[in-house]
Design a protein around this ligand. Structure first.
Ligand SMILES: C[S@@+](CC[C@H](N)C(=O)[O-])C[C@H]1O[C@@H](n2cnc3c(N)ncnc32)[C@H](O)[C@@H]1O
Length: 201
């Protein structure tokens, strides 16, 4: 009996080690060094940030550890299934600083001027073209003056497909929302990583 229990513990441990390796490999396969990305988001204890289109919440949970009890992560989604997954994990892990929010296609429902930063990872090319300007404008409105908006999305390699947003379109929609490009990070293999700033006034 004792041996069986020990074996189960060993099997569980091996499974967790293998799972961690797969997650790390997947992250590398997509060319995304998440730790480095989080550093470049400038997130620290007390930061209030929105992960817009959070999916299953992988980034939100990592951000929650960095912002701590004084900070907050708003995990927004249009998908009920994703929100349910995130909410269940919050409950299971007893996380107190992530708030899930059900958004509309062009409205996050985030409070105006409430965020230090917002990020959209692999989201904008999924948003219908006619909704992108309105969504970005809504996100910009939720930033505090001087706040940052980050875009990570597929890099255009050969031609623009439905999996991409043209750079000129990123620039047009952020400009219309009153945001200015103030940094770009080039280390992601398959994605562009842009930082925009809302004017301090
Ligand atoms: C490819 S997933 C990326 C999820 C997550 N950001 C990640 O990197 O793992 C795209 C997500 O964007 C969400 N989405 C699409 N349009 C959206 C919108 N207008 N507002 C918020 N989320 C949206 C989808 O429901 C989907 O979960």
């Amino acid at each position: 009996m004792k041996t069986a229990r020990t074996l189960t513990a060993v099997t569980r441990h091996r499974f967790l080690v293998a799972l961690t390796a797969v997650v790390a490999m997947t992250s590398l396969a997509f060319g995304r060094d998440t730790k480095r990305v989080i550093t470049d988001l400038g997130v620290k204890e007390g930061t209030v940030i929105a992960d817009v289109g959070c999916g299953r919440g992988g980034l939100s949970f990592q951000l929650s550890k960095v912002v701590g009890a004084k900070g907050k992560v708003f995990a927004t989604e249009i998908s009920d299934k994703c929100l349910k997954t995130v909410a269940e994990r919050i409950k299971k892990e007893k996380v107190t600083n992530i708030e899930v929010m059900k958004s509309d296609r062009t409205k996050t429902k985030l409070a105006p001027s409430s965020l230090d930063a917002a990020i959209v990872v692999d989201v904008l090319h999924h948003v219908r073209k006619e909704n992108r300007f309105a969504l970005v404008k809504d996100i910009a409105a939720s930033l505090k003056p001087g706040g940052h908006f980050f875009i990570i999305d597929n890099k255009v390699k050969d031609k623009i497909t439905s999996e991409h947003v043209a750079r000129v379109d990123f620039m047009a929609m952020t400009k219309a929302a009153g945001l200015t490009l103030d940094a770009e990070f080039f280390y992601l293999k398959n994605e562009v990583f842009l930082r925009f700033r809302k004017s301090a006034k």
